[in-house]
Design a binder for this molecule. Structure first.
Ligand code: HEC
Ligand code: HEC
Length: 170
């Protein structure tokens, strides 16, 4: 576990945890043993019974902090937003227009992966125009019951760029 400069790993909620949790005992006592989120919640309730003072909002902040940095739950799956980083113009388009919340290149999120889309329409000369229209107007029933909402914010030029890129996924 990476240690910060201070007695606790730095992260959101660290200062509040320091403030609230070392008035009765050393902070090292708090972080000696990692606990699951549920165990931390039980612990915070016990500390409250013993006299620790914090509001319900502060309870959540401290719980999130401890469960994140001193937790022992299995690691959460990586964030699905595979287009989050980088200055790639396509990545920026997918982010700006919200596509990346529902699509990734190689795994199904809410919508099909872009590779699946490319495979399905390989060799289909009409696909580019059809996909552009479906992205613009929304679509449902092609891949399953979940609808894709219309994407009004995207320009025609951007749409053509994204569709060409999608169809080129391998
Ligand atoms: C009002 C005093 C007080 C405050 C404030 C306080 N604790 Fe405690 N804590 C105790 C007492 C008393 C014990 C039990 C005696 C001991 O182990 O030293 C304890 C023990 C613990 C233990 C060891 C496990 C256990 O249940 O004995 C952990 C972990 C812990 N506290 C976490 C916290 C956290 C996290 C905070 C901040 C939200 C906090 N404490 C704030 C009084 C306090
Ligand atoms: C809220 C979630 C969501 C967003 C945002 C979203 N999509 Fe979709 N997308 C879906 C779903 C669900 C489907 C499958 C719809 C179906 O079965 O007809 C889909 C289908 C598609 C398809 C395949 C269409 C077909 O006819 O086979 C493409 C290409 C696509 N989306 C691209 C995009 C692009 C590009 C963006 C951003 C401009 C985007 N999507 C934004 C959920 C979304």
């Amino acid at each position: 576990m990476a240690q910060g400069a201070g007695p606790l790993v730095s992260g959101p909620g660290m200062n509040l945890t320091l403030e609230k949790c070392q008035t009765c005992h050393e902070i090292a006592h708090v972080t000696r043993a990692p606990m699951s989120r549920g165990e931390w919640a039980d612990n915070l309730h016990r500390m409250r019974e013993r006299g620790a003072q914090f509001t319900d909002e502060e309870f959540e902040v401290i719980l999130n902090y401890l469960a994140t940095y001193y937790g022992r739950d299995p690691a959460p799956p990586p964030a699905p937003d595979t287009y989050a980083a980088g200055s790639d113009p396509i990545a920026a388009l997918l982010r700006t227009h919200g596509c990346s919340a529902c699509h990734a290149s190689d795994q199904r999120l809410v919508g099909p992966s872009f590779r699946e889309v490319a495979a399905r329409y390989a060799g289909d000369a009409a696909a580019a125009a059809q996909l552009a229209q479906r992205i613009r107007n929304g679509t449902q029933g092609v891949w399953g019951p979940v609808p894709m909402p219309p994407v009004a914010s995207i320009s025609d030029a951007e749409l053509a760029q994204v569709v060409a890129w999608v169809l080129a996924q391998r």
